[in-house]
Design a protein around this ligand. Structure first.
Ligand code: PA5
Length: 479
């Protein structure tokens, strides 16, 4: 077995990728110089914030600050003042707020959704206040512009308010770095007006770029004008890395997720991802193997397949991280790079996608995510032991079945020399989640360096935006 096991127990098992029938040692040696270059770039970004070739949307040099996020220090983006303000907001939400609606899209949504799903699970909003330990219900909006869902959300909030029969308070957290993104802003305006008209108490919190110069965001101006408290989407951290900033942490804070432990996990992983030896640095190894698998062996698709329902959004978060960071022009060679990410969840997608993973084109890597100990048990009872097929799994815990299914899937792919890796989290704690997500951030950094792309811009998303504005203007009618 080939594994990197961190002191926390987090494990990266790359046995079925770095092998005689996969990426070989000789392959890795071929890339020795590029690997050394990527390690050097990592040292540089850590100490100076500089990534060669990276420019902001306006074509200006821009610092890359995600490496400092795990460290709660005075001079850093995450410092005690920031953490305390988040914790204060969490306390306020617990004591005074009945429901929160978070408006955001892309990087201003996906990370927070992971924290919510992992900490709260699917049935949070159906739980009693006591079961939620006093924390509010939480809904997401502004991740699309879907009139049906937005109206259903409003109806749901009105129903809850009517059911309570006492003053009901909804906190609207409006998250947008640029401060004018159509999906969150439009939904926010619809929901705010509807709740106010229904006599429901509304509090607004704005999370946006804090600058107050001539580039002040519209949302920041609004917040100042309306006296809304503000939190920062800091400069130097792109949306897809922002789960470790106030953007993601604010969602954790208002539902009682342990944001300090999450950052501690990220810190532990950051420390593990600094060395130049790929066999000891999980992010570097991950990047090297997947880069070579793509370049030399045509494995240009990555299926991110955690086992467990609450981890689907983790896979969705990774889709943005990989696609938006690496699907790019390679300036030095005038080539194109990118690996297409696909969301899958085990065991669900074993009944939908696995056929193709097992027998389809040899163009993909399957990345499994396993939670070793779910911290809960649901043992299948021996109700129908007279039926052999049911007896076969009676007496087993569902978590054991889940993880055994993952092992069987990996073994089946390996049997046909199909590339796959497994990340194992000892438990689904805030710490291990922070570790894993930060490892993936660093892996994307290293792969961007190997591929010669700027992992920190997204010029490709501007093209449709330029077309959308005039099209919307043409649809304006008086309403
Ligand atoms: O990663 C990104 O930069 C994007 O996905 C943005 O997060 C997304 O477009 C939302 O942008 P904003 O936060 O400016 O509303």
């Amino acid at each position: 077995m080939k594994k990197i096991i961190l002191p926390s127990g987090f494990t990266f098992d790359y046995t079925n990728l770095f092998t005689s029938w996969g990426v070989t040692e000789a392959d890795v040696h071929t890339y020795f110089d590029s690997i050394a270059g990527a390690v050097k770039a990592a040292v540089r970004v850590r100490s100076t914030g500089i990534v060669d070739g990276h420019l902001s949307k306006d074509g200006q040099p821009e610092a890359i600050l995600f490496p400092q996020l795990p460290y709660i220090e005075d001079k850093n983006l995450n410092n005690e003042t920031v953490l305390k303000r988040l914790e204060d907001l969490g306390r306020h939400a617990k004591e005074k707020v009945d429901a929160v609606v978070s408006f955001g899209i892309g990087g201003s949504y996906l990370g927070g959704k992971v924290l919510f799903d992992v900490h709260c699970g699917e049935f949070w909003n159906q739980k009693s206040e006591a079961e939620r330990d006093g924390y509010p219900k939480l809904y997401f909006s502004g991740n699309n512009v879907d009139p049906l869902r937005t109206n259903e959300l409003i109806a749901t909030l009105k129903r809850s308010a009517a059911h309570k029969g006492a003053p009901y308070t909804v906190m609207l957290i409006l998250i947008s770095k640029s401060g004018s993104t159509i999906e969150p802003m439009s939904n926010f305006m619809v929901v705010q007006k509807a709740l106010q008209e229904a006599g429901i108490g509304v509090e607004v919190v704005a999370v946006t770029d804090p600058r107050t110069d001539d580039k002040e965001t519209l949302l920041h101006k609004l917040a100042v004008q309306q006296n809304w408290p503000t939190f920062a989407v800091p400069d130097g951290v792109g949306g897809r890395f922002s789960v470790f900033t106030e953007v993601g942490l604010i969602i954790g804070a208002v539902v009682g997720f342990n944001i300090r432990e999450f950052l501690n996990g990220a810190k532990a992983m950051d420390e593990a991802c600094q060395g130049g030896d790929p066999l000891k640095n999980p992010a570097l190894l991950n990047a090297v193997l997947k880069y070579i698998a793509a370049e030399k062996y045509g494995r240009i698709i990555e299926i991110m397949m955690p086992y467990g329902d609450s981890l689907k959004s983790l896979s969705e978060w990774y889709v943005q991280l990989l696609a938006e960071s690496l699907g790019k022009h390679q300036p030095k060679t005038d080539g194109r790079y990118g690996r297409t990410p696909v969301v899958a969840v085990g065991t669900t997608d074993m009944h939908a996608q696995t056929q193709e993973h097992q027998e389809g084109r040899l163009n993909k890597i399957v990345s499994f995510v396993k939670v070793k100990d779910w911290g809960t048990e649901a043992v299948v009872p021996h109700t129908y032991d007279e039926y052999k097929p049911l007896k076969a799994f009676s007496g087993l815990d569902l978590g054991v079945i889940l993880n055994t299914a993952l092992e069987a899937n990996s073994e089946a792919l390996t049997g046909d020399k199909r590339f796959n890796v497994t990340y194992e989290l000892p438990t689904l704690s805030a710490f291990h989640l922070g570790e894993f997500m930060f490892m993936l951030c660093w892996a994307i950094f290293y792969e961007g360096q190997l591929a010669g792309v700027d992992a920190f811009n997204q010029p490709g998303v501007e093209v449709y935006k330029k077309l959308l504005g005039p099209k919307l203007a043409a649809n304006q009618t008086e309403k």
